[in-house]
Design a protein around this ligand. Sequence first.
Ligand code: ZN
Length: 291
Amino acid sequence: MSKIVRAMTRDGSAVAEVVISTDIVNEGVRIHSTSATASAALGRVLTAASLMGSRMKDKGDSLTLTFRGDGPAGMIMAVSDYFGNVKGYIENPLADAPPKSNGKLDVSGIVGGGYMSVVRDIGIGEPVTGICNIVSGEIAEDIASYYAESEQTPTVIILGVLVSPDLSVKAAGGVFVQLLPNFDEGITDILEKNAPRLANISDLIARGLDETALLDIVLDGIEYDVFDEIDVGYVCDCSRERTERAVRSLGKDEIRDIFKEQDTIEVCCRFCDKKYYFTEKDFSTGENGNG
Ligand code: ZN
């Protein structure tokens, strides 16, 4: 189980959150059978969505983070609930690229250029969507740029995924700091000085640093208090009922045509790979409301 640890600076200038998401990313990698570079890309998006989602206010709120780049990975998305539980999807899990000259996985090489979006669904009215250009394709820089441009919120976000030679994820995690209205100007200098020390965050996690040790680095020189710890995981909330509704939305004629060709409809959840099977009976009885 992973956990998000949240802290607030004592002067009320910033909220900082840390997650060690190794378990979450490994589950995503297991479900999607990703290449090394795709594991890093999906893992960063999952980690970011978990941190961003846990800043939502109410139970039932959800956040969807989507990258639509023109690189070989195709669309990468992750959906988080308000606790920070997350599920994800990558269009081309086998997309891969040679490592960069510094030995790091070339995430931007498979993401490419295009745009990213953040959709917040708070259950009332239309979901709120923010859209921004992908500035680097390395995920963290793109999200920081999104917050600066779309939400005018200065944000430090650091994400890292360390993939072992056997393609399992050795360590993954993220740090997310957002400045609050009327923040003290001095804090931005300190954060800018501290953030580069977390550039190899996944190596630090692999070496055994825990959530608090990571907070100590990003908030070095700033007094802070931890105020919350939340267990989070890779969680898919798909169900037979919801899947059946999705099939039903194809319309009666379309469904009838499908069953002319085959006896069962198989629907596979894109987030957890669970398979649901429906026969014509499922739809003929339900229509009268007495099935
Ligand atoms: Zn599912």
